[in-house]
Each structure stands twice: as C-alpha cells, then as structure tokens.
Design a protein around this ligand. Structure first.
Ligand SMILES: [Fe+2]
Length: 262
C-alpha cells in the first residue's frame, strides 16, 4: 500500500489534534514540542519494516497510531457498556497510551530504527522495504518509547507505564509477569492495558487484511506498482508551518532517499 502525500499530511494533522483534544496540563505542551521536533521522521515512518507485518510504508506509523486511538475510544465505550470499572483509569491515560504505545519504533534522538533496505534480493524476494538500523542499540519498543518520553521530560502515570509496557499482550513473553498472574493481587488493577492491547490488535489486523487479503485473492489492483506524488499540498489546512514542507525535502539522513527507494 502507498499513501498519497495528502493523506500523510492529513494523518499528521489528526495525530496532533488527538494530543490537543485529549492531553492536559504541562505535559501537553511538552508532548506537542516533542512531536514537532521529530515531525519529519515520525510522519514518514513505517509501522513495521516488513510487508508481512503491518503498515510497512511511508506514513504507516501515524496512520496506525490514529487507528489505535480510534479503536481504543470505541473499545472504551464497549468495556464501559459491559460493566468494566472505568473509574480505575482516565480517558486521557487511554489516549496518551495509545498515542505513545509504539513510540519506541522511531529509534533514538539521532537515528531511525527502520531505514531503507539496501539488499536488493531481500527487498524483492522477501518484501523488506526497510531494514533495522544497526547504529541504534537494541531495546524493546515499549522500553525505548518510555525512555524517549522520560528523557524529554514528559511524565506518564503508573497506568500509562503499564499499558505501554504490555500493549503487545501475551504476544510478548516478557508481559507474562503482568498478564499471566493467577493471584488476584498480582493482576492489573485496571482494564486499561487490555483495552489498549485489543485496540492495537484490531488496528494491526485490519491493516494486515487491507494489505494482504486482496493479494492472496490474486486481485491485480492490489499490486503496488503506481508511484504516488509525494509533494505536499500547500493549500491543505495545517496548524504548523512545517506541515506544508514537501516530503522530499526531509533532512533526516536515513529517510531522505526513502521515496526513491520504495
Ligand atoms: Fe501498535
């Protein structure tokens, strides 16, 4: 799948609007400052490095995050209607966790985690448009995301820490210590981590279906052969002057050749 430049831009505007609508206090200002600082990188990031995963295309990360926020808010209503104790967390905690659950995918302050694949064979045969950047030392996605938040002075609550840490549910064995407990006192005291996990699972599954079911059915239109025009529309409404910047003017070393390589 390939997103049009206009879609990438609109998704970014929605991403920032979610922060504006749901995050409060001093950390709202800090979070906006953080995402504006890394805007070029984050708005073009894929959500994964392999097509077999989900949203492994430019702009795929923000598109995924916006979907997780929408799904999380819908799951909130579902859990509430079915009688879950919604006093154990706030909607702000849910949206903050959804917005930042995959932040660790961006890499560190200087280097992207995913850079364009340089191995032609892996790109063509394995569908790997991206590869891991070996300049970035290993950390799990939740650990790196939480580190980035704290290193930029953005405070998070205990509930948010737990939700971000366990957002992959039991797909991550490391979460067993939180989610596989038999003793009631060791189980999470809030359903927030389960709502976020379900929202993330739902979003990733939908993104997989959109990418792969047409291909598996052999539909010709599903082949990504058409190059998109990645020049941003200067007339699109935006709250930030940099949002009108052309995508091909990005300064980031690891990303500036990406559009030609995909
Ligand atoms: Fe995710």
């Amino acid at each position: 799948m390939i997103l049009e430049a206009k879609d990438i831009q609109n998704n970014w505007v929605q991403f920032m609007a979610n922060i504006d609508a749901h995050i409060t206090g001093d950390r709202k200002r800090k979070l906006i400052g953080f995402y504006e600082k890394y805007q070029e990188r984050i708005m073009l990031m894929p959500a994964a490095h392999k097509k077999e995963y989900h949203n492994a295309f430019p702009g795929g990360y923000v598109e995924h995050i916006n979907r997780v926020v929408r799904c999380a808010l819908k799951q909130y209503d579902l859990w509430s209607d079915e009688g879950a104790d919604m006093t154990t967390f706030t909607k702000e905690e849910l949206v903050f966790s959804a917005i930042n659950h995959d932040l660790g995918k961006m890499g560190d302050e200087n280097e992207e985690s995913y850079i364009p694949q340089t191995d032609k064979w892996r790109k063509e045969k394995l569908g790997e448009d991206y590869m891991f950047n070996t300049k970035v030392p290993f950390a799990s996605v939740p650990d790196r995301g939480l580190f980035l938040l704290q290193s930029h002075g953005i405070q998070y609550t205990f509930n948010e820490m737990l939700a971000i840490q366990t957002h992959d549910g039991l797909y991550d064995e490391g979460n067993k210590k939180y989610l596989f407990a038999f003793m009631p006192e060791q189980k999470p005291r809030t359903c927030l981590p389960f709502i976020l996990h379900q929202a993330d699972l739902m979003a990733a599954r939908i993104e997989f279906e959109r990418e792969w079911l047409p291909k598996l059915k052999g539909e010709k239109d599903s082949l990504d052969t058409k190059k998109s025009n990645f020049t941003l529309d200067a007339n699109t409404k935006s709250t930030s002057s940099t949002k009108t910047k052309a995508l091909n003017s990005i300064k980031s070393e690891g990303l500036k050749n990406m559009l030609d390589n995909l």
